[in-house]
Design a protein around this ligand. Structure first.
Ligand SMILES: C[S@@+](CC[C@H](N)C(=O)[O-])C[C@H]1O[C@@H](n2cnc3c(N)ncnc32)[C@H](O)[C@@H]1O
Length: 326
């Protein structure tokens, strides 16, 4: 098959033209233009941001992320977010991906590792800020749709477990979203927990006072009937840790409690699929997709399983309840 020609079995290929490396190089800059534009549009109207930097906007036009009719610029939906905090989190998610790609590229040259523990503080902080969006989605959209959970979390003494708490951005978003809940964040990485402690020190005292950090592998969790809600960012755990996590978490749930798992949907595009696989291997994670996670939770005895898409092509949240008699 000619390079760049569509592969019917695997979905469309990138139109790389006759100098593929140069086009991929330019694509990295187009992503940089996208991230910078979204970040600025978190605090200013998008139309103003697009007009303020015509050269950068020309890159977005060439990448078909902005179209022009006369003097009117129309952004692609991927540049438009519901509000400033969502735009900020989305920009930070792409920035984290870009930073990890740079680290992968430089690792080839300098021999440094590529696992999550090798990422520098800037990557960990970007990834954390991106996951604040997930915390807000959980509080605003997912929990209210799960039978009984909002009532439980509105009670004094309710408890939430944040597995892989990272820099505690998601833990803080959950503590803000549920003002009566205590949030316990666990992580295997001491360095990220030190960053998390700094983030707690900078947050509102009342909110940070309800967040506790523990240096703990989810596979070693021994609490029983202790949490109303447990969050699990599945793609970031090794296959072994993920397999061990599910029974530990079901034991740790109070009867009738819910686990919500962040998952990546299967993608048809061969480039995105291969990149996701490389990322999982590099970061010490796994490539279990949304459908496999639904199967895993069902096989583990969940009484109910529901899925919540986030953004098109983005993570899917899988919520599973273990009934009062589990
Ligand atoms: C993407 S980060 C989470 C970001 C986080 N939500 C935040 O607000 O910063 C995933 C985290 O999972 C942690 N992790 C990986 N395997 C783990 C395990 N077995 N038990 C606990 N944490 C784990 C990693 O160290 C990493 O900090």
């Amino acid at each position: 098959m000619a390079p760049g020609a569509p592969d019917a079995a695997n979905g469309p290929a990138l139109p790389l033209g006759d100098d593929p490396a140069a086009l991929l190089d330019a694509a990295a800059w187009a992503l940089a233009a996208l991230v910078a534009t979204i970040e600025e549009a978190a605090t200013k109207p998008l139309a103003e941001v697009l007009r303020a930097d015509p050269a950068r906007t020309a890159v977005l036009e060439a990448a078909r992320l902005v179209s022009r009719t006369g003097d009117t610029l129309t952004p692609h939906p991927s540049l438009v977010y519901a509000d400033g905090p969502t735009a900020h989190s989305a920009a930070q998610a792409r920035l984290s991906s870009l930073r990890q790609a740079v680290s992968a590229a430089s690792g080839l040259a300098d021999g440094s590792g590529g696992t999550w523990a090798d990422q520098d503080d800037a990557v960990l902080l970007s990834q954390g800020r991106a996951s604040a969006m997930t915390g807000r989605a959980l509080a605003g959209r997912v929990v209210p749709a799960l039978p009984g959970l909002a009532d439980r979390l509105a009670r004094e003494g309710s408890r939430i477990l944040d597995v892989g708490t990272g820099v505690a951005a998601l833990a803080l978003a959950l503590a803000r979203g549920f003002p009566h809940a205590e949030v316990v964040g666990i992580d295997v990485m001491e360095r990220v927990l030190a960053l998390a402690a700094g983030e707690l020190a900078n947050a509102e005292a009342e909110v940070a006072g309800r967040v506790t950090l523990r240096h703990l592998d989810v596979a070693d969790l021994t609490e029983r009937a202790a949490y109303d809600l447990a969050w699990l960012p599945a793609p970031f755990l090794s296959q072994d840790a993920l397999t061990a996590a599910v029974p530990r978490l079901t034991d740790a749930l109070r009867p009738g409690g819910w686990i919500v798992v962040g998952t990546n949907p299967a993608v048809a595009d061969p480039l995105r699929r291969a990149v996701a696989g490389w990322n999982a291997v590099r970061s010490g994670g796994n490539s279990l997709d949304t459908d496999r996670m639904v199967e895993t939770l069902t096989a583990a005895g969940a009484s109910e399983v529901r899925t919540f898409p986030t953004v098109p092509g983005g993570p899917v949240l899988v919520a599973a309840q273990w009934g009062p008699t589990h």
